[in-house]
Design a protein around this ligand. Structure first.
Ligand code: SAM
Length: 287
């Protein structure tokens, strides 16, 4: 989809009838990798901004919201997560948050585009903040769909930190992919997914929830408000064969959060529980 041009601005190309624009104060990088077009620029409000194929992936200014909510919610809900799998996450922000948990003994990160990792280390070092050097991290450069289909030791938490279902990300939104993920979970394991902004992309959430309904005993989504993912709250998919994670008692969650000893800027145990309260227009996408 052709991006409406505006000199000195990035006009996002995710929707054909709506676009957010961010002023480019300084372009730091712009190149095609084997899989996608990678561009980074500085913006006065959001700091450094990473776009892939013209779509905002992450910004220094508000990345903490998305990365905290897609990692700490499943890990603290689970309560004893030792093995975590991240699919996507090339910027390293998700690995950074996962590895803040001393209880996590191993984190596999499967990223299709080595260019995003190499580039993020250089231009967005604050995002990974050393995660790529953590001995617990195993970085695999591969298509997440191929990895998920393979036989691996099961995981307590699986995080799909992918682009939207366009280009290489498309395979990460299929029933087959979710079924493979389900089979790779431990009995109490939890799968969480980046599922876009329901007001703007209702079909993305509707499709994932239709698949989760058929695959998981406990399924649904929770919300996070990320300013650079424009158009309202973002939905994060949730699937597990056990209801224990979602039903965790608030005081137990408080205790786990305190014991984890991690300082967060968006996540709190209260926000965690409240995030599962859905407004009508989003709840109706799950029926
Ligand atoms: N936070 C962002 C969002 O919500 O849109 C996602 C950030 S991260 C940059 C998304 C990553 O998914 C990218 O590095 C991209 O290369 C990776 N990716 C896309 N398709 C993939 C696939 N099939 N397997 C593994 N990684 C994939």
């Amino acid at each position: 989809m052709a991006a409406p041009a505006r000199d000195g601005w990035t006009v996002e190309t995710l929707h054909d009838d709506y676009a957010q624009a961010l002023r480019e104060d300084r372009v730091l990088y712009d190149s095609e990798t084997d899989h996608q077009r990678l561009r980074v620029f500085e913006n006065a409000r959001f700091g450094r901004v990473l776009t892939l194929d013209g779509v905002v992936q992450t910004t220094e200014g508000d990345e903490f919201i998305y990365h905290e909510m897609l990692s700490h919610v499943p890990i603290l809900a689970h309560g004893a997560a030792k093995r975590v799998l991240i699919v996507g996450g090339g910027d390293g922000g998700m690995a950074r948050e996962v590895l803040r948990h001393a209880s996590v003994e191993h984190c596999t990160m499967v990223e299709i585009d080595a260019g995003v990792v190499a580039f993020s280390k250089e231009y967005l070092p604050a995002l990974s903040d050393g995660a790529f050097d953590d001995p617990r991290l195993d970085l695999v450069i591969a298509d997440g769909a191929d990895f998920m289909a393979g036989g691996h030791e099961p995981y307590d938490v699986i995080i799909i930190d992918s682009t939207d279902p366009i280009g290489p990300g498309e395979v990460l939104f299929t029933d087959t992919f979710y079924d493979h993920a389900r089979k790779l979970l431990t009995p109490e394991g939890i799968l969480v997914t980046q599922n876009g902004v329901p007001f703007m992309q209702p079909d993305e959430l509707r499709g994932t929830m239709r698949a989760f309904r058929a695959l998981f005993n406990d399924w649904g989504c929770y919300l996070a408000h990320v300013p650079s993912y424009a158009g309202g709250p973002m939905a994060l998919g949730w699937g597990s064969m056990s209801g224990a994670g979602r039903a965790v008692d608030p005081t137990v969650l408080q205790g786990r959060y305190a014991s984890a000893g991690i300082e967060t800027r968006y996540y709190t145990p209260e926000v965690h529980k409240a995030a599962f309260a859905l407004p009508g227009y989003i709840a109706r996408l799950l029926t």
